[in-house]
Design a protein. Structure first.
Length: 382
């Protein structure tokens, strides 16, 4: 029998999870460093300006040469990004047994991401730089306003448009489980439009349970990896937690937090671009050659703000856990589910407080189990 710690976690698996976490963090930090210096290099060396001139030699109209620049520039960026994704999302995931996806399937997914991102990025960049040309002093406010609309729209269509591009979905056939989850949603006074089985086992061993979408796209999603390994009580707890997010309007709160960070990011981008005109010889703030700096600032602000956003997220997750414990009232199932998820998803349950502060958007497994144990004790003394 495998050794377990005082919280029920498999010791050998958790040691493996610790190594997995360490490798992922180191790779992410190296990727951040690489792309930060790469952005500075392409503008210091004049490569970005040369690409702009090359694009202009074919099309003189700003809409046209910006499109050419983006197509070539993003493709080069995507190739380097693909290398890091291969190392992190394929090699490391397979090394630790988290992913079972074939290389051909993984490459197909990356091709979909490339096409989808380019189709989204091109009109966005065109409109941002059009705004820079027409309203150079407040372009960042205009961009922020439409970005907020874009974030809300993306969250609305995510479960019905984006996720089906990567996973197969079908209505869940387990009538008993459907009835239990629908009753739970009714108890929480949250309307859902259906319960769906998500075919994840061909790509990952992770267990996934979610309540995604907004309004008439809100649906319960349960991966086959969750359905095959968890009891109905445990699955009920997973969805109870997700219902807690909707009851406490956490999606809206996270959106507001993201919008604040985006506003700060765009303001800092505006400052960076204005102060770099003479340094790099840009033709003005609306010069597409400054796009690498634009992306670099956004990326750096996201990293700097990550501890703050993760702290906020952990607080919301704890609130959702507290709601689930009261709503479902099966704390033993909550604890057993948490042990299973941390072991199956290779989530390190006992990170150093600094690691948790910087990189964890959920409370650690041990802290979540401590919360459930306190709930059990409070019931005994009530």
């Amino acid at each position: 029998m495998s050794e377990v710690d005082e919280y029920g976690f498999n010791v050998a698996i958790q040691e493996k999870a610790r190594r997995y976490l360490r490798e992922k963090i180191l790779l992410n930090l190296f990727e951040l460093t690489f792309f930060t210096f790469a952005a500075l290099f392409v503008v210091f060396s004049g490569i970005s300006q040369a690409l702009r001139n090359y694009a202009k030699s074919y099309v003189s109209d700003p809409w046209g040469y910006i499109a050419v620049y983006c197509l070539i520039g993003y493709t080069i960026f995507w190739i380097f990004s693909l290398i890091f994704k291969f190392l992190g999302n394929y090699l490391i995931e397979h090394k630790y047994g988290v992913s079972v996806q074939t290389l051909s399937s993984w490459l197909k997914d990356q091709a979909k991401i490339y096409v989808g991102t380019l189709a989204f990025l091109l009109p966005v960049v065109e409109l941002i730089y059009y705004s820079m040309r027409k309203t150079p002093t407040i372009w960042w406010l205009i961009t922020w306003f439409f970005t907020c609309i874009g974030i809300a729209f993306t969250m609305y269509i995510f479960p019905v448009v984006i996720m089906p591009l990567f996973y197969k979905f079908e209505p869940l056939k387990d009538k008993e489980l459907i009835e239990r989850l629908v009753r739970l949603a009714e108890k929480a006074k949250v309307k859902v439009v259906g319960v769906y089985k998500m075919g994840a086992a061909a790509k990952t061993r992770r267990a996934i349970g979610a309540l995604t979408g907004m309004g008439n796209t809100r649906r319960i999603l349960l991966s086959d990896t969750l359905l095959d390994n968890y009891t109905k009580d445990e699955i009920e707890g997973v969805i109870g937690h997700e219902l807690g997010h909707h009851v406490h309007k956490h999606i809206g709160k996270i959106m507001v937090a993201l919008m604040i960070i985006m506003l700060i990011s765009l303001y800092l981008v505006n400052l960076a671009l204005r102060n770099s005109l003479d340094v790099f010889g840009f033709e003005g703030i609306a010069d597409i050659a400054n796009l690498p700096l634009f992306g670099m600032v956004i990326n750096l602000v996201n990293w700097v703000s990550m501890p703050v956003l993760n702290s906020f997220s952990r607080r919301l997750e704890r609130q959702a856990d507290e709601y689930e414990l009261k709503l479902v009232d099966k704390p033993e199932a909550f604890i057993s589910c948490m042990v299973k998820i941390c072991n199956q998803n290779l989530r390190y349950a006992n990170p150093h407080p600094l690691i948790e502060a910087f990189f964890y958007d959920h409370p650690s497994g041990r802290n979540r189990i401590k919360l459930a144990r306190k709930f059990i004790e409070s019931k005994k003394t009530a």
